[in-house]
Design a binder for this molecule. Sequence first.
Ligand code: FAD
Length: 487
Amino acid sequence: MKPYTRKQFLEITTAAGISFYLSACGLNSDKKKVAKIVPDSATPEKKVPAHTHQAHIDLVDKNDPRYDELRKGFNKRIDKHPKVIALCTTTAEVAAAVQYAHEKGLAIAVKSGGHSMEGFSCNDDGMVINLSKMNAVEMLDDHKIKVGPGCTISSLYDTILPQGRLLPAGSCATVAVGGLTLGGGYGICARRFGLTCDHLVEATMVDGNGNIHNTKDDTELMWALKGGGTGNFGIVTEMIFTTHPAPPTLQAHYFKSRKLRPERAAAILQTWMELAPQLPDSCFSGYVLNGSTLNILITNYEPDNEQLPTLLKKLAAVVDEFRSSHTGTLQRMLRNYYGVGKQLYFRNSSAGFFKSYADVAPFIKDIFEQVIATPGMIYQVNTLGGKINDAAFEKQSSYPHRAYDFVSELQAYASARAHDDRQAVATTSILKITEQHGITRQYVNYCSLEFSNWEHAYYGDNYARLQAIKRKYDPNDNIRHPQSVKA
Ligand SMILES: Cc1cc2nc3c(=O)[nH]c(=O)nc-3n(C[C@H](O)[C@H](O)[C@H](O)COP(=O)(O)OP(=O)(O)OC[C@H]3O[C@@H](n4cnc5c(N)ncnc54)[C@H](O)[C@@H]3O)c2cc1C
């Protein structure tokens, strides 16, 4: 077992951020290998897609020097080798790539930013449609923005915040808008404005047969893409979002306690979970137990907040250290949560949605015991609630967890593939404990192969409705990964 040293570990994880963050994968290369794809419509027994497109697509195979960089995601634990990678730049190219895969009998995986925790954006012996070059952000009328799925969070913020506009999104600089939005998408502005997917007003999608659709004519597809669209029934190639006026500034408040035993960590969690729902919607908060060290972060972008000082004082009373940052511009302060710039071996997973401390009280000390005893493990709980729990948003989207005020995440880091055995055992054990205590809802964007009933965990009662969408747009399961919606 060779976990990171504490110093390395602290460099990897943010002090008390929403999550840990990794670098851009530097997928782009100037060298191009261009293949012309002509659909083989002459073969009679083959099912020919309704729309056929002839397009030049950049096909990268194992002999191409770019192959390794392009196939890898952010999690070094995942090591898959597709037969071919289609590096697409337009919707037409994506459609042509799907047809090519169809004709060659290749399963399709879809990759925007490559942050899938289980590597669902890559496959073995199939085709990966890589959208990293479809990354433009365009300002439209009515404060709408058109965003390519491969656009990273940092690129999004760097483009729209200087123009005074905000799309509530996550924090990690190199997560892409594609995967983030299609699974939900929450971050430090979500309690006031809602999830990233709640801002999606139009999307273009290539289905499993290579046909191009737009959600303008299809409200059911739009519903499905808001929370249920990650690699399930089509490749989203273009998204239009509404935006809000960007809050000008942000301030952060940091709380810390060291050398915690499970009992004290649980007592502080209880206080935090009782106070957090009272925070104004302009606040985000995260409870991060990193081994035996606890960091709590509260961010706020509304300076004239009356109730906040009282809540900060109450929380400060139960921890060892408390400090507030200066107030900085939103764009500058968000960079504090962008994370470090390298790929890592990690084993992260959703660890359940909760409504209150009562949900976790029966088992939380057992979990903390394992987190404290296992080098490299983090247990994190983040605030939800506010506008996320909006009735209209609920109706318009397949994201099914709006009633929960908290989402938890288990994180584990090792310095190499061979060194995470103990963490793997602890992860399995912790997720089992939560499930045994009736915690069965999980966030699809923190996917894990550990969830046996992932259909219910990710989608709740919406799974059957998503299956109908799958039957309509990808009945032959051409687009798939180990936990994709099945027709
Ligand atoms: C370091 C880190 C930090 C994170 N921080 C946050 C956070 O703050 N908030 C939050 O909500 N989540 C966060 N997440 C989770 C993140 O939202 C998901 O991992 C998300 O799915 C990543 O999207 P991606 O495009 O980068 O990844 P990818 O691996 O490319 O895609 C993820 C999944 O979406 C599918 N997909 C991607 N693009 C498309 C497309 N265009 N059409 C159809 N399917 C597609 C893929 O097939 C795959 O199943 C974080 C994850 C990591 C690893």
